[in-house]
Design a protein around this ligand. Structure first.
Ligand code: NAD
Length: 478
């Protein structure tokens, strides 16, 4: 690509305006299919972050006093503005991130829909309660910092922002620096919604610069973070200095328990989809497949069959299920795990190192299934964040439950069985924020978040809204 066709992304959004960052560091963004530099982003710094926080603080004085009806109106405007450019948003996500068409479509729909979902919650939510002689008001917290990852940029920004605004907070958003082109387009949409200046500010920069400033700044009352457990811990440690509230949506190594009566012809293709969602880059992917020893041979046959059906390749083609990984670093990390799995003695059932046949460039990984995985192997314990599934066998249901819970994570879990009651009994014993039975369903308003090191707090629905509110009681004498 010639230097002139490299897109320059050199604006951030502060106080209702697109401005050139004070920060001057430039970063190349590489198309994961062509491995060519497609854009260069000028990264914001601490000064930009402080300006964004000041703008949000100034706007908070008025915005926190807005009525429910006014906030509903703003959320509707945001929804309409995002929806108006849905096709462009999808195209940029495919090019920058490598999300396949179906995934990009779902992410954009989810992003615009999050404003409508939040409107519904707001309509039903009562901010004032009477408890005895006390009047309890659920008040906004102040300025909120939203820090998001690259694996579903639009969805994370829109959902977090919708909830924070619904609560009456103003926000400073720090998206992943790897999603700069998606963020730029999304910011244009959000700007078109016509909200008052300063209500939302978007500062693209490095985590250890912009993210760290948000974490330490005394005028930030809360941080809602989605990303790795490692960075989540850093943020939590820093946030406690000024007693910021935190919502942390972190990593996972979710178990998918196939019970001995499950219909494998359905459960196994589903397990492959759940294990390789979003090119394998999903916190909620069911990457530990726990299968009964008695049906191991059948499971292997079904897995081989299912993997053959999966098309890996150009994310812009509508029949592609798995696109490339986001960066060369992510590609190298996943290849490293595949090598490590082999070195630790697991057996490759499908896939393996290198690119899928027919693809000589791009960050494409072969959908990989390991069998004979032991619970102490790193591929059974660590989040790989690529299309790699580890199959472990169990003897009894009790073993399966113990293995499912043998992890530091607790985000999602999946159970397949022909007997709903049996599945429910297993689900009730798995320590995870969400357990899906016989599938994976979209259920808006249901809390999302993890037990253990998958995070702190919940998003979505009333649970999500209340994470941005603080009860204040006024008590009077009789
Ligand atoms: P990451 O933790 O590296 O980065 C996430 C965000 O934090 C980015 O914006 C990054 O710039 C910022 N950041 C980095 N260092 C920081 C610091 N010191 N202070 C403040 N901010 C900092 O994660 P990623 O690689 O972008 O995303 C992948 C990870 O996110 C995976 O572990 C995945 O499981 C997790 N994730 C979790 C969920 C969930 O809802 N539970 C959803 C998606 C992704």
């Amino acid at each position: 690509m010639s230097p002139t066709s490299i897109k320059q992304i050199d604006q951030i959004y502060i106080n209702g305006e697109f401005v050139t960052p004070h920060g001057s560091e430039m970063m190349d963004l590489i198309n994961p299919v062509t491995e060519q530099v497609v854009s260069q982003v000028r990264l914001a710094d601490e000064i930009d972050t402080q300006r964004a926080i000041a703008a949000a603080k100034a706007a908070y004085a008025t915005f926190s006093k807005t009525s429910k009806a006014q906030r509903i109106q703003y959320l509707q405007q945001l929804h309409d503005a995002v929806l108006a450019r849905a096709n462009e948003l999808e195209t940029v996500m495919i090019t920058e991130y490598g999300g396949p068409v179906w995934m990009a479509h779902g992410t954009v729909a989810c992003a615009s829909d999050s404003f409508l979902q939040t409107i519904k919650i707001l309509q039903e939510y009562d901010f004032v309660r009477q408890i005895g002689r006390a009047n309890v008001v659920m008040e906004p917290l102040g300025v909120v910092g939203l820090i998001t990852p690259w694996n579903a940029n639009y969805g994370f920004i829109c959902n977090k922002m919708a909830t924070a605004l619904a609560a009456g907070s103003t926000v400073v958003i720090k998206p992943s620096e790897l999603s700069a082109a998606q963020t730029q387009l999304l910011t244009e949409c959000l700007h078109d919604a016509g909200l008052p200046p300063g209500v939302f500010n978007i500062v693209t920069g490095r985590g250890d610069v912009v993210g760290a400033e948000i974490t330490r700044h005394p005028d930030i009352a809360k941080i809602s973070f989605t990303g790795s457990t490692l960075v989540g811990k850093t943020i939590a440690r820093g946030a406690v200095e000024t007693m910021k509230r935190v919502t942390l949506e972190l990593g996972g190594k979710s178990p998918n328990v196939i019970l001995d009566d499950a219909d494998l012809a359905t459960a196994i293709p589903l397990a492959l989809t759940i294990g390789t969602l979003n090119n394998g880059q999903a916190c909620l992917a069911g990457t530990r497949l726990l299968v009964p020893e008695s049906r191991f041979e059948e499971v292997k046959q079904q897995l081989k069959k299912a993997v053959l059906q999966v098309k890996v390749g150009d994310p812009a083609q509508s029949d592609t299920q798995i696109g490339p990984l986001v960066t060369a670093k992510q590609y190298a990390r996943v290849q490293g795990y595949i090598r490590q799995g082999i070195a630790e003695g697991a057996e490759l059932l499908c896939g393996g190192e290198g690119r899928p046949e027919g693809l000589s460039s791009g960050y494409f990984v072969r959908p990989t299934v390991f069998v004979n995985v032991m619970p102490d192997m790193s591929i059974a314990r660590e989040e790989i964040f690529g299309p790699v599934i580890s199959v472990l066998t169990y003897k009894t249901v009790e073993d399966a439950i113990a293995m499912a819970n043998d992890t530091v994570y607790g985000l999602h879990a999946y159970v397949s069985s022909a007997d709903r009651e049996k599945a429910r009994a297993v689900a009730s014993q798995i320590v995870a924020g969400r357990v899906f039975i016989n599938g994976m369903y979209d259920e808006p308003g249901v809390p999302f978040g993890g037990f253990k090191q998958s995070g702190i707090g919940r998003e979505f629905g009333t649970y999500g809204l209340e994470a941005y509110l603080e009860p204040k009681a006024t008590i009077e004498n009789e």
